[in-house]
Write a new protein. Sequence first.
Length: 157
Amino acid sequence: MPSADAVTLPVVRLPHAAELQLPSYATEGAAGLDLRAAVTDPLTLAPGARALVPTGLILHIPDGFEGQIRARSGLAYKHGVTVLNGPGTIDSDYRGEVKVLLVNLGAEPFTVARGDRVAQLVLARYAQASLVVLDPQDDTTQKTARGAGGFGSTGLG
């Protein structure tokens, strides 16, 4: 059952995905829609190899939202296959085919077959920032408990 703040996501299904199932939520509480591979022939990823896997979909993501392409935990755990630039971002003004950049970090070749669930799509709201330049002499933002402390500055645990 969709939540009260559910968003309509218009989709164009390209000819090479005509009979594939549209992205869907695997469970009622799932945050991500499962994306399927619209490959015409099986695609084998050797260990260390990467490939763009077509989904056969063009998404009309609403203004104020982004589509986040995320790895499927089962593929990552069982096979070492993940989304290379995860999460990848699909901007609301992009109108090309959604493709998933997979990488095989496992020790064995991995084959993607037509219709396989290869990634998840999560819609997320975002806000665009308006930058304001501060004078370094007047910058009081560094006067916090952390200050300019970076990597590991808050401790190891």
